[in-house]
Design a protein around this ligand. Sequence first.
Ligand SMILES: Cc1cc2nc3c(=O)[nH]c(=O)nc-3n(C[C@H](O)[C@H](O)[C@H](O)COP(=O)(O)OP(=O)(O)OC[C@H]3O[C@@H](n4cnc5c(N)ncnc54)[C@H](O)[C@@H]3O)c2cc1C
Ligand code: FES
Length: 468
Amino acid sequence: MDSSTSHGSPWLADLDERPSLSTLLTGHEDTDVAVVGAGIVGLTTALLALRDGLRVVVLEGARVGTGTTGHTTGKVTAQHSLVYADLLDRVGVEKAQAYADANVAGIALVERLADELGIECELTRTDALAYGRFASTRSRIEREVEAAVRLGLPASFVTESDLPFEIDSGVVFADQLHLHAGRYAVGLARAVRGAGGVIHEGARVTDIAEGDGRVELTTSSGTVNADHAVVATLLPPGLMGGFFARTRPKGSYGLAVQLSSPPPASMTISVDEPARSTRPWTPPGGGHGLVVVGNGHDVGDGSDGLEKVADLERWTRATFPVTSVDHRWFAHDYTTPDTVPYVGRPPLAENTAVATGFGKWGLAAGSAAAVMVTDAIAGRDNAWAEMFDASRRDTLRALPKLAVDNAKVGADLVTGQLRTGAPRCTHLGCRLRWNDAETTWDCYCHGSRFGQDGEVLTGPATRPLDLG
Ligand SMILES: Cc1cc2nc3c(=O)[nH]c(=O)nc-3n(C[C@H](O)[C@H](O)[C@H](O)COP(=O)(O)OP(=O)(O)OC[C@H]3O[C@@H](n4cnc5c(N)ncnc54)[C@H](O)[C@@H]3O)c2cc1C
Ligand code: FES
């Protein structure tokens, strides 16, 4: 890796230059809707709730857009690798249709908001391709095309692509989108402020308690009382809803590289392992560029991050005419056992909604989640809500997977006792692993990550490490 490579995603590169969008939370505030988290889900929710005439306060532990939204590949698409054939088999046509419709509507919402608000986020329409290099994946791809077409998605079967190597087969979804995720998030945040919403950055929520028909949210600098809370923090903090035990934190590495000739115009993702995801990127000074994401693994599982990112770079240089590697980063998202996000009220909650488990596909689905939670707050029916229901019982098919995941976490809790010198996670006490590539302390159990000085970078932990 070149010494001029910047550590961090290209979407956040000019973050420090932007004017503050936030005011300081001090003391106590009262509002209709408190949104926790200023990623794509929280900001879209805040804007839609304001458009419903509600007062909104957004509480963001770090800065607007700096969570996984700021570290995404930036594909806004209903193509989530291969998912529809499996969904049709498992949940039937009605629910699979709801999944497809929600994502199609999510894409349309992103396009409409960017247009209405004049957000200059390099929004680009292009095809999305999920491909197999080997004949062994062809039948899965054929099934996916058939299922997607049945659900009305713009899918077709191909055996050629604009990638600089042969593919065996692929499924193309026409007319999907990619964008500059940082600019889209900042554009949403400006719109939230412009519509009268309040954003407090640096306000990490440590407790969310329901009582007397209201919700109280506690942060280190003050409290907020609201009629409704929407928890859009990638994974809900603390123990809320037990989502930490019903999801797995999966990370990937990203590179933004400059090329000597134009990149493939389509967005691509390999179906075979190791996963390789690409999309065109425009470097700030112009020219040709590409974002490449891959080499995923569970957060904190002891993988050699430096080698993983070096391997991704080797593949990228061997495949494309790379002239410089400008950015590299690592980020994670949560998968659910049935591959469907959890959106809506968690078990036992009255006035709190969550949106989590987007499985690295939360830009279209997360925008749709904002529609679902604001519809619920406004008392409107929503045709997708049942499919994504956050209180659904995990299906029989999902239970063995959950049991295996939690057994691994349990084993890590035990073996973690043997790893001396590493601090313990402030969520539930697992031993952390040092991540050389990112210089962070990472937790295998549920994905909390901490900076060198112990600050919480991502939850579910809410308290810093005691490194004393
Ligand atoms: C490497 C990678 C590539 C991806 N590529 C794609 C892609 O191409 N297309 C796609 O659709 N999806 C992609 N995804 C997934 C997608 O980026 C996410 O699903 C989506 O950004 C999640 O948005 P969010 O708003 O839920 O979470 P985030 O963007 O993480 O926002 C959550 C916010 O909550 C804040 N927060 C957390 N805890 C607290 C707390 N206790 N109090 C206050 N604030 C808190 C965080 O600081 C953060 O800003 C990718 C994911 C990864 C990891
Ligand atoms: S994130 Fe749960 S124990 Fe660390």
